[in-house]
Design a protein around this ligand. Structure first.
Ligand code: FAD
Length: 301
């Protein structure tokens, strides 16, 4: 595929950055460059870009990069990172909160607490932004995005605006049914009135559980595999003998075996190979196929 260069792209008010290092934008801190990184100035700027860019230039969204493994060969086309103008958060009344797709999940949990709204505590522990949370149907401790979503606003690849109701979203376990080329812009959530003391207790519990059970200070991508129906993915990985297993600069976390870690000098290939080794052994041992939850993107080098 031809490398995308700035002269192929429409004039925008936001910022283009050619050959942008994506490792810096992900939790794993690995991977190659984007042909071009685009930070739209605002929604209109993004719409203009989508309407005027050449059809054959691929587009990919990156949020906080907390569920993403960018491969070493980088990402072809334009990678979009939503910035300040997509980070608005507003209490709408009627127990509802509007959040831009660039808002960190933990900020939404805090805003809900400020409004005495229950149902959002799980977001305190998900280290992504709302766009990624919609795409992944992020969830924890028995609650998912689908339990609080009223509607989401999105752009299609031609820049047309769509409003998707909860039913339209086609949510499943870590799955959203909206086509991959839609860009989420914002979402409206609804909670249930409660008292701040009990909401705070739930948020604190979320933090405590994470500190105790997850390598949250490591370079990781969160849960590597989706949980199969019968038992947690970490048990399969552990029973296959991979706790602490090292491949190049990558390791299966000693603390939580469904987390892969960049020990410092891992390549994306070290990490992906390790995940694939785990998958293969688990399938051989048990017949169960683990499915990647982490989004692996870009070209292998
Ligand atoms: C320590 C740790 C703990 C975690 N714990 C949890 C947990 O408890 N529960 C959980 O569900 N997840 C967890 N995760 C995974 C991750 O935080 C979530 O999946 C999160 O929702 C991803 O959001 P993000 O902004 O980082 O998205 P990214 O990782 O940047 O992207 C994920 C996907 O969303 C797409 N995307 C991003 N923004 C948009 C947008 N605006 N429009 C359309 N598509 C978009 C990307 O293209 C990609 O396909 C954890 C991760 C880490 C590192």
């Amino acid at each position: 595929m031809t490398k995308t260069s700035l002269d192929m792209l429409p004039t925008v008010r936001g910022k283009y950055k050619p050959n942008a290092d994506l490792a810096k934008l992900t939790w794993f801190r690995v991977g190659g460059v984007a042909d071009v990184l685009f930070s739209p100035e605002d929604e209109d700027d993004l719409i203009d870009f989508l309407q005027n860019k050449p059809k054959n230039v691929p587009v990919m969204l990156i949020g906080m990069g907390s569920n993403m493994l960018v491969r070493d060969g980088g990402v072809a086309g334009v990678v979009i990172k939503l910035g300040r103008k997509f980070s608005k958060i507003e209490a709408l009344g009627g127990n509802r909160i509007l959040a831009g797709a660039g808002v960190a999940d933990a900020r939404v949990a805090k805003a809900a607490y400020d409004e005495s709204l229950d149902g959002f505590a799980f977001l305190k522990g998900v280290p992504g932004a709302i766009g990624g949370a919609l795409r992944m149907n992020a969830g924890a401790h028995g609650t998912e995005i689908k339990d609080i979503l009223v509607e989401a606003r999105a752009l299609d690849s031609q820049g047309n605006v769509h409003i998707f109701s909860l039913d339209d979203m086609g949510f499943g376990y870590r799955h959203c049914g909206i086509d991959e080329d839609y860009i989420f812009i914002s979402a409206t959530f609804e909670g249930v009135t409660s008292d701040q003391i009990s909401i705070k207790a739930k948020m604190d519990k979320v933090t405590d559980l994470r500190v105790a059970a997850q390598p949250i200070n490591s370079r990781t991508g969160g849960s590597t595999f989706k949980n199969p129906d019968d038992k947690s993915a970490w048990k399969y990985v552990d029973e296959a003998g991979f706790r602490g297993h090292i491949n190049g600069g990558a390791q299966v976390s000693e603390m939580h075996t469904n987390f892969l870690i960049n020990m410092g000098d891992a390549t994306a290939s070290d990490i992906e190979q390790l995940g694939d080794m785990v998958k293969a052994k688990v399938e051989t041992d048990t017949g169960t196929i683990l499915h990647w939850e982490i989004k692996r993107v870009g070209r292998k080098s």
